[in-house]
Write a protein that binds this ligand. Sequence first.
Ligand SMILES: O=C(O)[C@@H](CO)OP(=O)(O)O
Length: 236
Amino acid sequence: MNDRKKAKLILIRHGQSTWNADNRFSGWVDIPLNSTGRREAMEAAQKIKEYAIDVCFTSMLMRAKETTAICLTENSDRCEKKSPVFKHDADNPNWHGWDKYDGYIKEEIPIYTSPDLDERYYGDLQGYNKAEMAEEVGKEIVHQWRRSFSTRPPGGESLEDTAARTIPYFQKQILPYLKDGNNVLVSAHGNSLRSIIMHLDNLEESEVPGLELATGIPIVYTVNEEGKIVDKQILE
Ligand SMILES: O=C(O)[C@@H](CO)OP(=O)(O)O
């Protein structure tokens, strides 16, 4: 357990995926990192290695999980003694208990995965090229679909819908660890993190369209024992 006043919340958008590079709507499609994305995650690992990570949270999607695993590789002080272990959902009927083990339980950095941290569902847009879609239906409409708070892309989630799952998850599952003084890494997605940042930074709806997150750049919040943010650094 760390000094309570120094609890860090590290948010990171996954490194570049092959569909980010192709400028395609990804949403829930499970696209891996490309070589640029893996390099970005390695650079992020260097930037955050001074913080001994106690617990991680990530989405169900490979690009966020890969980023988590790479980010922990430089966390050497802890990883020498502690193993990162992905914790799977024991309530899932398809779970066979293959991540269970005895002993060493205090020697792990648990990585909890949840669909509540998945990217915003992009519905009928998934797989389409964003620039080609803008030519077809108009730039303004595509910008609304991508960046407004309440507009739903066809068949998909608005940022407001995404926030309705990410913020309760943050409050119930993540915040208690921060209040207890733990350093927490959250690796997720452009829009699932935008919704959490909107909450943490108390942004107005009108400020949300201007909030852009680069791939692989850690954002480090310092959180006090009441769960309040006392500092924010972007490690560009
Ligand atoms: O394609 C997506 O799922 C997201 C994140 O990459 O795109 P956008 O930035 O357009 O919301």
